[in-house]
Structures are given as structure tokens and as C-alpha cells.
Design a binder for this molecule. Sequence first.
Ligand code: IVH
Length: 677
Amino acid sequence: MKQDMTKSEARARLAKLRQTIDHHRYLVQVLNRSEISEAALDSLKHELQQLEERWPDLITADSPSQRVAGQPRPEFRKTRHRVRMWSLSDVFSIAELQAWDERWRKLRPPATSDYLVDLKLDGLAISLTYEGGLLSVGATRGDGQIGEDVTENVRTIEAIPLRLRVDGLSPVVRRQVEHGQVIIRGEAVMRKQDFAALNRQQAKLGKPAFANPRNVAAGSIRQLDPKITASRQLDFYAWELATDLGQPTLWAGYELLRAMGVKTNPRAEVVTTLASLGRFHQRMYEQRDKLPFWIDGVVVKLNHRQLADELGFVGKAPRAATAWKFSAQQATTVVENIVVQVGRTGALTPVAHLSPVQVAGTTVARATLHNADEIARLDVRVGDTVIIEKAGDIIPDVVEVIKNLRPEKTRPWRMPITCPVCHHQVVRKKDEVIHYCPNPRCPARRREHLYHFVSKRALDIAGLGPQTVDLLIEEGLVHEPADFYRLREQDLIGLPLLAEKRAANLVQALAERRTVPLDRFIFALGIRHVGEETARTLAEHFGTWEKVMAAPLAELERVGDIGPVVGGSIAAHFADPQHRDEVRHLLRFVTPQRIRATRAGLLHGKSVVVTGTLVSMTRDEAHEAIRQAGGKVVKSVSKKTSYLVIGSEPGAKFERAKSLGVTIIDEAKFRRMLGRT
Ligand code: IVH
């Protein structure tokens, strides 16, 4: 949501959002088909909810926020809930959770409460009514007041007792259960293994696979034939004892439920601080792949029932509870601007500047648009609402424009014809998608070149980040890489950011990098198309810098997997007198060293992709280790990938590797392979 939005802008935006959300709901609900992901749709709903929260008088009766999905089907008898089934509001970050917490605290100062935290199961809510201890009605949620009577189907779920146990109850409670009514709510879910088995069976019968376990759980319960429900093997976890049996807290309610023989989630806990809520959320996020069922977040509820009752409701949801959803890999947001960045090799990359939005746990304000063809394909324009996706660790992609939400008077985006920094005419080579600033003296290119030279993967000079490099450029101290080695302590002292100690450390760090492995030296020169792998191939093949420099094009092309494009690029690089000078100057300070050939390494001939966060090493260290073992580091998973190494929170690469049958190894196994246990 734009912070400076006016009310009339909000009104227009809300109208469009409602229309779009409704369109997608119709597709899903009625036509059983979807055009955008659930995460993207959720993100639109979230924006709508936030706008409506800010301007409650703009809420209309037909807003998607005011309607409940899943109208009862006529085939089932309807049943009125004695106690209404409420919904939950949701939050997507600790900041939003904090805001929720502050809201209820303001209403009831100086009240305090513990929080009960439970998993948010991705299933179907079910209300169970027991009369005299016997299951009398099982119902779906419906619109919260009237649901569908699915008693016969619910009876087939083993996890739901047909009679409540009373032996362990106090005499007072026991009397209430035996002579009165008890209402219990919970979630019917399909376990992952049962879902997989069901899909295997579908495949055997030549039927299409089910895509979504929640829909299968819902479909299984809303079956007119209870035999089908029985065959689907659903599970059930209670999350609420809705009848007052004297329990002062929700946790006491959970204990009563278990005493009556109704399962609650063993992972549910009572915690006292937001910090521990944060840890619980994080832990469950990390464990979610290993759980037997799907979860999409955690539910946070004030443990004290009286306080919760006093706080009441807003809309359809209690103030005393909220769902803290896991942030999705996709979200929607607005493109505020499209800015062209000039890279080290002169490549122009259009970047979308976005209204900040949470995706996969981080705030995202930029997304790469890659090149002009990609922008044309997507037809992204400034002002557009887009779906962005974060796959793992890198800067997110724009995957789609939601055209219905496009404002009036937008124009297709065009690549500028001159470089935004040096104004040199931009070029695009035949058969290439990238536009370039061909001016080797372009300040933007020089700057990126210097950043690259000292970066971790190149010469790795500690204390020389982009900010310091910028400063050295501004002060006129550094024009070319060799200038770093000309720096003396007295030049640096007194510059902003560079206190005495740092200046000394910097000079020391540079002194330590006077001998560097040949492959790093080659890589640091920033030759177009020469990444770390190619640099290593060259270093291994030629052994010394002099031989690399002297190699004719024909010889370069025969080395490893260097072809005419890469070979041509290397040759062209050194044909430029400025580049030759640059190297000549550098060699006065730096001695490139022959590297050990690793052809006999453990990973020789293997291509390896790393994804997710590793615990014992950084991503760069893992890459280095693979190279040391003779393997080749690749960025994306394909059929040719030998291994995918996964850390925590692996993203799309993990899914892709699974679907391609690539061997997947975890960190422990990876370390064993490297002989590092
Ligand atoms: S408590 C006042 N606890 O999430 C409503 N709900 O998005 C109390 N759900 O309708 C709900 N796991 O179907 C609660 N541990 C849990 C849950 C849970 C899943 C579902 C439930 C609810 C929906 C709200």
C-alpha cells in the first residue's frame, strides 16, 4: 500500500481490487480453475484489507472481505450453529503481529495475557456437537452461522470420537458433559502421505492428480457418499472447546479436550512474550516440510477467555486471535518506477522500483526486469500492479502484470537510446537480448568494475565495500584497480568513514593481497563472459598469466568449454589498449600464482547447485569447496545437474530438482562428500 495515498485514490483502487479478486474467486469457486497463485490472490486480499482498515467507511457490502466463501451446497441439509463460527484476521510479519498486539492492549489496559499458539492447519473447519456425550452433529463452517450437516461423513473419521470420555473429568464437568451439550471445533486435514497415496491411485486409474490437499479434504467431507469419505482417511485436530465447561483459559480447554478423548495438536504451546511467539513461528516455518500435514502459518490466541470475550469482534473475526501466516513466495505490489542500471560489462538492466511488500520473509522494494524483451513480453508499465516471486535467495522476478488493475494513461516502457549515466548511444548486438553501453569509460561501468575487483569472490579485500570505493572514487584517489595498491595510510586518514584504525587495516588488507591465485586474478579483471568457472579453466590450462595473455584466439577456443563467444570476448578485452595498460599497472603490485589442478577431485566432472541457507558455511564457501573438489558450480537446476545441495528453506530449485529426479543431498551429506565431517 502506498503510504501517501489519498482517500479518493484509495476508493478507486478498492473498486478495482474488489473486481479483480471477485473475478479470481469466481474462477476458482465456480469454474474450478485458477489463473494466478493462491499466494498472489491472498496478497491482493491483504492489500484490500489494509485499505479498508485505514478507511473503514469505504467498505462496501459487496466487498470480498464481507463475504464468506463456500456457500452450503443444496444437497446437504443445512444446520444452524448454536455458537457462531468466527474467522481469523491475518498478519504476515512480526511488525503486523505487534500492531495487532498493541491494538488489543490499548482497548483493555492494563490487561495482560499469555498467548496460546497452535499450528494453522490447512484443512477444513468442522464443528462437532455432542449431546449427552454422543456425537450428534458434524457440520462444516458454511457462512459461520449456517453450515452443512455432514454428520455421516464426519463419523468415518477415526480421530473424531463418537462418544466423549468422561472418566478423567471432575464431577461437575462430567455432569455437564453427560447431560448437556458440548461443542468442539477443529480442522479436518489430509496427511501428506495419504495425499500422495491417493494421487498414486489416481495415476493407476489413469485419472488426473489432485493438486491441493485442502480441496481434497473439503471434497472428501462434502461427499454425498460417506464411503468415499471413509476411503480418504482424514485426520482431525481440535482447536477450540466452544462450550463453557468452566475452563478459564484456552489451554485448560485443550486439556479438557484431551481428557474427553479429542486430539489437539501436540505442538501447541502457551508462551508469554512476542519474542517467543517469533521463535515458535520461525521453528514451525523450518519444520513445516517435516510435519505430517500441511500448515500455512501459526494461530495466536489470547489464552484468557474472559479477556478475549471482553475484547469482542471486528467484522467476522475476534480481536483476541489472529493467524500469523507464513509469508508466501509470491506477492502483489505496484511498480513505482522502472530504472535502468548500468553493469560492469555495460549491460543495461531495467529494474522495477516497487511499493515495499513482504515476500518470503523479507521486504522487497526492487525486482529485476532483465531486459527490454522481457518487459515487452510482460508489458510491464510504470503504475502497474504486478505479481512478484522470490525463488530462494536472489532478487525477485516480476512474473505477471495484473492488467485489470492498470491505471489509465500508462505507456509501454521503452529502453532509453542513450546510456542514463554517460549518454553514449546504447547498442544491442544482433541475436542478443541485452542492450549495452559500449563506452568503456562510462563512469557507471568503471564504478561497477572497481566494486567487482575488490569483491569477495574476486580479490576479496576486507573493508572495501561499495561505499568506501565510492568515496575513494569521489576523492580522486582511485581510477583503475592498480590505484588501490597505491593508497597510503596518510591519503586515507581524515576521509569521512575512514578513522585511523580502518585506514591502517585497509592498507594492511591490500598488502596481504599482493599474491593472488591466478584464477581469482583473471576473474577480478571483469572480462565479459568470464565468470569464476571460466577463470578457473583458463588458470588451470595455461598455468601462468603470461601464457593466458599471449594465447591466440584459436587456442583459447580449444580450452575446456570456452567457445567462440567467450574466446572472442577475452580476445576483444585485451585488444583494448586501456585494458592492457590496466593489467600492466596491476602487475607492478600483484603477482598471480599458479593454482593446483583439481582434475582428480571428488566432484570431478560433476555439476552442483547449492540452494537454501547452509549452517556451517556461506554460499561462497560452499561454491569454493565444490571447485576445490573439482566440481563445477552451476546456478540453475537442469537434467544435467549432478547434485543439488540443500540448506534450510530451499526454494523453487528444490522442487525442480525433485521433479527432474536430480540427486538431492543435505548439508551433512555434502560435508561428508567433501571429507569435512
Ligand atoms: S482458531 C475464531 N486454530 O483457520 C476462530 N483456527 O483462517 C478460531 N484453522 O476458520 C479459529 N488451524 O478453520 C484456529 N489451530 C487453529 C487453526 C485454525 C486452522 C483454520 C480455521 C479457521 C481458519 C481461519
